[in-house]
Design a protein around this ligand. Structure first.
Ligand SMILES: [Mn+2]
Length: 387
């Protein structure tokens, strides 16, 4: 039985002031194409459909069209809400949609919903666990709230109301921060994970053949279990992901105990990447760049020792989606710890200014700079006297 595993679409997300709706539309189109080519038996979407609990109209529209495209292939879809979603809003109409093959988990009721599929090897049970916090579990089981001390306790408690049968192939779709002591997860900046408080221990999923996870934004397995897996976001949602390759996970279950995991790469409309070098060199190279790459979200790191006035405006003419500009030079590399110089009152403005300049830039004034400042101080003195 074959599944497509997706998560963390974050529809409606903005990164560095740029609206990514067009990029998201493009990538969802690609996912729909992959679904058509792969012909999976089901699509699992592990939370964070939207970036906000009250999504924008554009984001809702995109989700609606994506579901329509997937449904055109008449593939059943299983969705759980993530911590960014409003479980109530996401599950609007879920009862009716159920008959159309779209199964959206209702807000957590203290028991995962279970659906049964089957193939030549027998049954496969799909468990849907909406994002579960410790607090939510305590509210659901008030008489046991003293025993629900951690997120592991919370998820374990909810799963225990409808535990998987170890003899039957079972798949869990969940949106949690699952960790293992042996192997730390690879994290990135676009995630909304606290870490240290919200961890759920890998050990409680031992009876599931595959756990389709969402929450972490990099594709990765958890600990020593490749079949407990984060598929990652379909797009790079932060600078820290600039070197990542985004993908869709394709999981095939054979007979009990046989799990094959593969990925299909996703090619974004605009990449998110970093360019480093001298200002002039970057401008020169931009002239030859492929038109299609101009719209990339580019973080420029200038290595010039002197700050370039108007750099942002000039770079934007080549890269309209400039995502950031910073310097890597002698000044930024010197740990500058700026403090007020001693005996300020007894020293000349020029001396105080020179000390500040040295702390900030790691070098003293040039003759030209000193002369400029002397003239400036003189002018200020005149103005002060005239007032
Ligand atoms: Mn997320």
């Amino acid at each position: 039985m074959k599944f497509l595993h997706l998560s963390d679409l974050h529809l409606g997300k903005k990164v560095e002031q740029y609206d990514l709706i067009e990029d998201q539309e493009h990538i969802l189109g690609q996912i729909a194409e992959i679904a058509q080519a792969e012909k999976p038996d089901a699509i699992l979407i592990a939370g964070d459909i939207f970036d906000r609990s009250v999504p924008s109209e554009e984001a809702v529209h995109l989700w609606d069209r994506f579901l329509g495209d997937l449904a055109a292939g008449s593939i059943p879809i299983y969705v759980v809400p993530g911590n960014h979603d409003s479980a109530v809003r996401l599950s609007f109409g879920a009862g009716l949609l159920h008959n159309s093959g779209l199964h959206i988990a209702a807000p957590c009721t203290g028991s995962p919903e279970v659906f049964t599929l089957s193939d030549s090897f027998g049954e496969v049970r799909i468990y849907l666990l909406p994002f579960t916090s410790r607090r939510a579990a305590r509210d659901l089981f008030p008489e046991e709230s003293d025993e629900i001390k951690t997120y592991t306790d919370a998820v374990r408690r909810v799963l225990s109301t409808n535990p998987p049968d170890p003899a039957v192939r079972s798949v869990l779709v969940a949106h949690q921060y699952v960790t293992s002591d042996e192997d730390p997860c690879r994290r990135c900046d676009s995630e909304d994970v606290i870490g240290g408080v919200d961890n759920v221990d890998l050990s409680i999923f031992s009876d599931f053949d595959y756990v389709a996870l969402g929450h972490l934004h990099r594709p990765q397995k958890v600990g020593n279990r490749p079949e407990v897996r984060y598929c990652g976001t379909p797009l790079k949602y932060s600078r820290s992901e600039k070197d990542d390759t985004k993908s869709v996970t394709v999981v095939t279950l054979g007979e009990k105990g046989q799990v094959d995991i593969q990925t299909r790469p996703l090619i974004p409309l605009h990449d998110r990447r970093e360019i480093r070098g001298q200002f002039q060199q970057i401008l020169d190279e931009a002239k030859d760049i492929d038109e299609a790459r101009r719209g990339d979200y580019v973080y420029v790191v200038l290595t010039d020792e002197i700050e370039q006035p108007g750099a942002i405006e000039q770079l934007r003419t080549c890269y309209p989606n400039l995502a950031g500009l910073s310097y890597d030079n002698q000044r930024t590399r010197t740990e500058s710890n700026i403090t007020i110089p001693d005996n300020v009152e007894s020293r000349s403005i020029l001396e105080v200014f020179e000390e500040l300049f040295k702390t900030q830039n790691g070098k003293t004034f040039t003759d030209q700079q000193r002369e400029f400042l002397e003239t400036l101080i003189e002018e200020m003195g005149k103005e002060g006297a005239a007032a």
